[in-house]
Design a protein around this ligand. Structure first.
Ligand SMILES: [Zn+2]
Length: 314
């Protein structure tokens, strides 16, 4: 059944009503802005095809990510008791500017500004009123600056975007990215799983909303459970022998706060079976504080290392 519903623009809080109606995020957007989802899908598809320089048909990585984030934003907004319309429309646009002009914007601020400009151009065509449009735009623009702390739309977008990296679908995205970069399982697990597991462990600390924090704990546990099982099977298959270990370090940027670091490591030196000596340190990088860990074999010259940006905390 297709529920078509028009909620007056003055309605401040429709969340209870929409929960009663059991609307999902697609129905919620369609009821207010018919055709918007299809339009956004087409724009994202075109930009991804332009970036890759060929017609990828109707499939799009960025569209799948967009729908995932939009659905999480819907859930968070409802749990926070906020009218979900603004957060879910903002979520629909949060990455739309990623590939504008056929190139990948590595700068998040440029990316969000591109996204906001596309939203500003498109949304009035679908009948969004000025006051609502302003909220969508300020939410998008606050996503990567300090205003996020005061902007409830940006807080939901931020949490939904991070949450999309965990849980079953988050794990699927992790391996999709690895595949796109031609990394087999052993390489992705040894090279990138420490970061993934650390981000999962710290995910609740990085949330700006209470609903996000609750969901983060569940998704982090789901990811960890899966990766533990995966490492067991990789070991049994003689592809890689890696164990998950953890240490707690004082946060380099916040006094009295600590971070749980999880890393993967062969249980003994693969060359000689010797034990590891571990050393770690942090350093300021352009965009983040980096954690560097190295392991030196006590018996031979074998040395392993990993390095990644420490997760943000809210
Ligand atoms: Zn050794």
């Amino acid at each position: 059944m297709n529920i078509v519903l028009t909620v007056p623009a003055t309605t401040r809080d429709n969340s209870a009503f929409m929960a009663v109606e059991k609307m999902n995020c697609v129905q919620a957007i369609e009821s207010r802005f018919p055709g918007l989802i299809e339009k956004v899908r087409a724009v994202i598809l075109d930009s991804e095809n332009a970036l890759e320089g060929h017609d990828g048909g109707s499939e799009s990585f960025l569209w799948e990510h967009t729908m995932h984030v939009t659905s999480i934003a819907y859930r968070l907004a409802q749990e926070e008791g906020l009218d979900p319309h603004i957060p879910i429309v903002a979520a629909l646009f949060h990455d739309i500017g990623k590939f504008t002009g056929g190139r990948y914007h590595r700068d998040e601020i440029i990316e969000e500004e591109e996204s906001a400009q596309i939203a500003e151009r498109l949304l009035p065509e679908f009948g969004m009123k000025k006051g609502e449009l302003r909220k969508v735009l300020s939410g998008l623009r606050a996503l990567y600056n300090e205003k996020i702390r005061k902007n409830p739309v940006a807080a939901i977008l931020h949490d939904a975007d991070f949450l999309s990296k965990f849980g079953a679908l988050g794990v699927a995205s992790f391996f999709t990215k690895s595949t796109l970069r031609r990394r087999p399982l052993r390489a992705s697990v040894f090279g990138y799983l420490s970061k993934e597991l650390t981000y999962a462990a710290c995910l609740p600390l990085n949330m700006h909303t209470a609903a996000g924090c609750k969901l983060a704990a569940k998704k982090a546990t789901d990811s960890l459970k899966f990766f533990r099982a995966l490492l067991t099977e990789l070991r049994e298959a003689h592809i890689a022998d890696l164990r998950i270990r953890n240490i707690r370090i004082p946060h380099p940027n916040y006094r009295n706060r600590s971070l749980e670091i999880r890393y993967v490591l062969p249980p003994a030196c693969p060359e000689c079976g010797g034990r590891w000596d571990m050393a770690w340190g942090t350093e300021k990088d352009v965009k983040c504080t980096k954690l560097n860990i190295e392991w030196n074999c006590r018996q031979c010259a074998e040395r392993l290392e990993t390095s990644f940006c420490l997760p943000e905390i809210a």
